[in-house]
Write a protein that binds this ligand. Sequence first.
Ligand code: ATP
Length: 358
Amino acid sequence: MITLKGVNKYYGDYHALRDIDLTINTGEFFSLLGPSGCGKTTLLRTIAGLEDVSDGVVMIGGKDMRGVSANLRPTNMVFQSYAIFPHLSVAENVAFGLRKRTDLNKDDKAKMVEDALAMVGLSGYGKRASHALSGGQRQRVALARALILKPKVLLLDEPLSALDKKMREQMQVELIRLQRHVGITFILVTHDQEEALVMSDRIAVMFEGEIGQLADPETLYRRPNSRRVAEFIGKMNFLRADVLQVGDTIDVDVAGLGRVSVNAEQAPMALHKGAAVAGVRPETLAILFAGETTERKLIDGVVDEVVYYGDMTYYDVRIAGVDQPLNIAMKNLIGRPVLDVGTRTKVVWDERSLVILA
Ligand code: ATP
C-alpha cells in the first residue's frame, strides 16, 4: 500500500532520513518509534506530502507521489496539538474537514458529522462548545475531523501525548478498536515504547534517521536485533558475555551465570567468537520465595534495592561476578512478602530467556 524506496531527507547539511526502505500494508496499524529527533515526524510528513524527499520515492496505492501535494494524497493527519477551534462547536469542528466538499448539501454533511462523532464515541456531542471539552474529548474531535473524509491512511503524530496516563491508556484501546472497525491504515508516531507495543501490528524503531529494526511487537521485545533496540524497548539487564562457539547452538560464557548454550533464534545479530553481551528481561528472572520450588537454575543473590509498584515489585539483586545488580520483576502474589534490602535470596533463571548481542 505505502512503499518508500531509498528515501533520504536533508535539512541543509543535516541528514534527517537515511536510505529508508519501507512497506506498510493496507489496513495495518504501523508505528514509527524512536527517541526524540530520530526522524519519526519527518518520515510521517514525507508520507503526508508535507515535506519533500531529497532523494528516493514514496508510493501510495501503487502511485508515485512525487509532485502530489498533501491535500491530493489519500492521507490525513492528526497532530499532537489537536488544533481544535475553540470558538466553534464540536459539530462545526468536525465539519471543518468537509469545507471543500461543495458536492455535499447541508443534510449530507450533518449526517456525516454524526457518523464521524459516533465512530469516536461522541454521539450527541455535536452542539457542545469545544472549549468546554476534556483533553481526551478534544482528541476524539480531532480524530472525527480526520476520519470524516474517509482517508485511506490516517497519520497520527503523537496524538495521545498530551493526555494523562489513564486517559492515554483508554484512548489507546479505543484507537485500536476504531482502526479495526474502519479498516484503514494507521501510521502512528510515538516515542512511547509501551504505546507502540500495545497498539501496533508492526513497529519500525528509528535511530538517527535510520530504521534499526522493523518487526511485530513480540519479536521486537523478545528478539531485539541490537543493543540499542534492546535498551530502548522495555527494561533489559546486560551481562558481559564471551562467545565460545558459533554453530547450530551457540556456546557462551555469561558473567555471573556461567557457560550456557543458546539457539540461533536467541542470537538475532551475526555473532563471532569473543566479546558480546547477554540480555535478559527482568520478568524472565525470578526470586525464589520461601515455600516455592523450581526446576530451573538458581544462583545466590543479595537484595540491593526494592521498588514497590503495587502490582509488581522490582528488585535489584547482586550476584557474584557481575558489577551491576540484576533487575528482577516480581508479581506481588498472595503470600509473597516484599523483601528488605540485604535479604539473601535465590535468583531463578533460564538460559532460554537470554538474548546474545554483539
Ligand atoms: P520528536 O519526537 O522530538 O518530535 P522526531 O523523531 O519526530 O522527534 P523529527 O521532528 O523528524 O524528529 O526531526 C528529525 C531531525 O531533523 C531533528 O534533529 C530536527 O531538529 C531536524 N529537523 C526537523 N525539521 C527540520 C527543519 N524544518 N529544518 C531543519 N531541521 C529540521
